[in-house]
Design a binder for this molecule. Structure first.
Ligand code: HSE
Length: 440
């Protein structure tokens, strides 16, 4: 059978990885897919560089629309990124009857509903394994491997840049700004790292996982997003002393009230496997009612790891594209007419536990006042750590750090108590609050 013809939009790090792995493993991939898969056309603004990567046998153009217009092309891979031109091209490819493979989490998390509806109407597939956790086949696992389960929650380290920064902060006792500069120098963090360090990239990814896990529309606008920019080495050290590591987690959870969808730094017990995921690696824990807890670990970015996911999608489409569209695996795992309208909870309704660090005057009664406010609000304390003043502020210091771990409480109730604590004259600096996830 004639090989399936693929057009590639954008040949940067992931695009060149995809081309190289397809070439290198072409025979094995063909044995699996039942048919050859060939990138026969590439669009990139830098035509000369693109041609040098793919060689003389592949047509290279600088106009992505020429790829979409080519009737020989069956599948379009979009590796441009962002919401702008990438969205227009994906919609045009769908309208032209092409299947689409994309690594663009931002595009799908924000415009997924419109894109998947257009694809369903046209009977084409939009595949996005590479959009979440790079080479880890988490979309396949959630959509197919775990299909028997009622998924209860997912928690993931799904941004390698921030995990690298947090690992360095812990290992070297350095503050965020120092490590970020070093990460940029080493090429681990982008020149503009905003989406990574502010949690936006992780929120795009957890939004997609949430939709697939619970059969709800993609709703990035409802996600709570908090990055790692305000974390200090002090809190990482105190967390360690209490038996926890701090990780930026993407969390989505089914509750009786609705769906939790949130990204923020979290204390995780050091004994959990996910707490020991270091450097730029990714990991996702999924809790299903039948299977229990499963853990997926691997490289969340990089040329060939991400290519591995892109090519898995190409093989899926090659196997399925002649199948009746109604009998393919649905884009978001659930049949489009069976989506749930479970609401995403506002952050004030989320129930979790907390790490609090208060810089206080080292004088009689402070601990009692602080814990009294917690008791009045019905918030139970899990652990308390008070440092010696000398250790915190040097010899003769009159200030100290009070660290409190709480049991579960609704975030709105915690916000009220934090405001009361902050107003105490003995509390000398803004209170640090980090959420804590036991993941059990
Ligand atoms: N910038 C992402 C990360 C990889 O640091 O994990 C692409 O999503």
């Amino acid at each position: 059978m004639k090989p399936i013809q693929v057009g590639l939009l954008g040949i940067g790090t992931v695009g060149s990885g995809t081309f190289n792995v397809l070439q290198r493993n072409q025979e094995e991939i063909k044995r699996r897919a039942g048919r050859g898969i060939e990138i026969t056309m590439v669009a990139d603004l830098d035509v000369a560089r693109a041609q040098s990567i793919v060689g003389p046998d592949v047509k290279v153009v600088n106009d992505a629309r020429a790829v979409i217009a080519n009737p020989e092309i069956d599948i379009v891979i979009e590796l441009i990124g962002g919401y702008g031109i990438a969205k227009a091209l994906v919609m045009e490819a769908i309208a032209a009857g092409k299947h689409v493979v994309t690594a663009n989490k931002a595009l799908l998390a924000v415009h997924g509903t419109e894109i998947f509806a257009a694809a369903s109407a046209k009977g084409v597939m939009v595949a996005f394994e590479a959009a979440v956790a790079g080479g880890i086949p988490i979309i396949k696992a959630l959509r197919e491997g775990l299909t028997a389960n009622s998924i209860q929650w997912i928690a993931g380290i799904i941004n390698g840049t921030t995990n690298f920064i947090l690992s360095e902060m812990r290992d070297k006792g350095l503050d965020f700004d120092v490590v970020l500069k070093e990460a940029q120098r080493l090429g681990y963090a982008e020149a503009d790292p905003t989406f990574d360090i502010e949690g936006v990239d992780a929120a795009h990814k957890v939004t997609l996982m949430s939709a697939i896990a619970f059969g709800i529309p993609v709703q990035f606008d409802k996600a709570y997003v908090e990055g790692i920019t305000k974390l200090g080495a002090t809190d990482i050290k105190y967390a360690e002393q209490l038996g926890y590591r701090i990780k930026l987690l993407g969390i989505t959870k089914r509750t009786a009230q609705g769906i939790e969808l949130r990204v923020h730094p979290s204390l995780v017990p050091s004994k959990r496997l996910i707490a020991n995921v270091e450097g730029a690696m990714n990991a996702v824990v999924v809790q299903g009612d039948a299977v229990g807890t499963t853990l997926y670990y691997g490289k969340g970015a990089g040329s060939e790891p991400t290519a591995s996911a892109v090519i898995a999608d190409l093989v899926d489409i090659t196997r399925l594209h002649t199948a009746d569209p109604l009998h393919r695996v649905p884009h978001l795992a659930f049949q489009p007419d069976k989506m749930s309208d479970l609401s995403v909870l506002p952050m004030s309704e989320v129930v979790t536990s907390y790490y609090l660090r208060l810089r206080v005057a080292d004088e009689a009664g402070v601990l009692a006042k602080v814990t009294g406010l917690l008791a009045n609000a019905g918030i139970s304390i899990d652990a308390v750590l008070q440092r010696e003043a000398d250790e915190v502020g040097g010899e003769g210091s009159t200030q100290t750090d009070l660290i409190i771990l709480t049991h579960d409480i609704r975030e709105g109730a915690m916000n009220d108590v934090l405001a009361q604590m902050q107003a105490l004259p003995s509390v000398l600096a803004p209170i640090t609050r980090i959420r804590k996830e036991e993941l059990n």
